[in-house]
Design a protein around this ligand. Structure first.
Ligand SMILES: *Cc1c(COP(=O)(O)O)cnc(C)c1O
Length: 353
């Protein structure tokens, strides 16, 4: 028998390199600083007790609360199984496999290219400039057949904000040809930088949000896509009939209550303070080449010997995110901001390396 089940799989799937999360790699850590999660649980519990009925496709109460939180109207909000589903849903709605393309600006979040590869959509890359700003002339040259540009603001893994004027220029350039998707997964850490205020001006603007980061609910798998009604209506044609399980909608509704939002804002203040303290301490260490300034709950750090550092901390149960394979980030590790104690633990471990 020479039959190989691999031969049945789509060619792009056979060639695919899956997204590498540390949970998947199987690290045995006790200090998880690799996935930008909030370090402590939030106190919400499932209140709904019956599950015999299918959930609403777009749970009305969750949509209303998110719309209020984002200062938008309900028809500008779509809820998805994490922001990751939003990333893929946009491609499946707007890009013809084998014909259209997406464009990304590395170094950036890995799921844009992973989703494009699984669906079979070409992705073009225009590396960002120094200080990780957009290379607008180069982007403009490569726009033929590009239906979606994915930007991450503030950017993962570099932690910087994109110049808001560049965003507006890009929205103008692409007004009749492409969507500009601004991934605001970390916007709660610098809320004044949101681009939601531009939705009324630009029909081609789409914003991605999540409850996984500042809201401390990565295990929930709940994200939001914000756009004008015509875009949302198209996405609603493609989304699965029941993207959100009943318990998820129940918990998301609580997280978006006045209390939930207040709690999130308190956590953001604490994390931002811890980050600034952590940065200051990191800057005093001999093993470090550069600490990049961050607007988020993680810090990108270039080490003199990042492989040694990564492995030494891994062996002590401190799990960081290696960025050596991300373009332009050789020698870099990304460190999520944990509790104050966890950050102190990292500093102590690094002091002897
Ligand atoms: C974490 C993250 C996401 C994924 O969010 P989920 O809602 O957990 O799927 C999307 N974009 C960026 C930039 C992220 O860092």
């Amino acid at each position: 028998m020479s039959f190989n089940i691999e031969d049945l799989a789509r060619v792009n799937v056979r060639l695919l390199k899956p997204y590498q999360s540390a949970r998947r790699i199987g690290g045995k850590g006790n200090v998880w600083l690799n996935a930008n999660e909030y370090p402590l649980p939030v106190p919400f519990t499932i209140l709904q007790t019956t599950f015999n009925r299918y959930p609403e496709c777009q749970p009305k109460l969750v949509i209303e609360r998110y719309a209020r939180y984002a200062a938008l109207s309900s028809d500008q909000v779509l809820v998805t199984r994490g922001a990751d589903e939003g990333i893929e849903l946009l491609m499946r709605t707007f890009c013809e496999p084998g014909k259209d393309a997406i464009l990304i600006c590395p170094p950036t979040y890995g799921m844009y290219s992973v989703s494009a590869e699984t669906i079979g959509i070409e992705y073009r890359t225009v590396p960002s400039l120094s200080h990780w700003q957009l290379n607008l002339p180069e982007i403009t040259k490569l726009l033929k057949d590009v239906k979606i540009i994915y930007l991450c603001n503030p950017n993962n893994p570099t932690g910087n904000l994109i110049n808001p004027n560049d965003l507006r220029i890009l929205l103008e350039i692409t007004a009749d040809t492409a969507l500009v998707v601004v991934d605001e997964a970390y916007i709660e850490f610098c809320p004044e930088s949101t681009i939601t205020g531009c939705l009324q001006t630009y029909p081609n603007l789409v914003i991605l949000r999540t409850l996984s980061k500042a809201f401390a609910l990565a295990g929930l798998r709940c994200g939001f896509t914000l756009a004008n009604k015509p875009v949302i209506d198209l996405l609603l044609k493609v989304i699965t009939p029941y993207p959100l399980a009943t318990p998820i909608a129940d918990l998301a509704y609580q997280a978006l209550s006045d209390y939930g939002i207040k709690l999130m804002r308190k956590h953001v203040i604490e994390l931002n303070n811890t980050r600034d303290f952590f940065c200051e301490k990191l800057n005093q260490l001999a093993c470090i080449e550069k600490v990049f300034p961050s607007k988020t709950n993680y810090i990108l750090v270039r080490f003199i010997d990042s492989i040694k550092i990564f492995n030494a901390l891994w062996n002590q149960g401190i799990i960081l995110r290696d960025q050596n394979n991300n373009p332009g980030l050789s020698g870099c590790l990304r460190i999520s901001i944990g509790t104050r104690q966890e950050c102190e633990h990292v500093i102590t471990a690094l002091q002897v390396l």
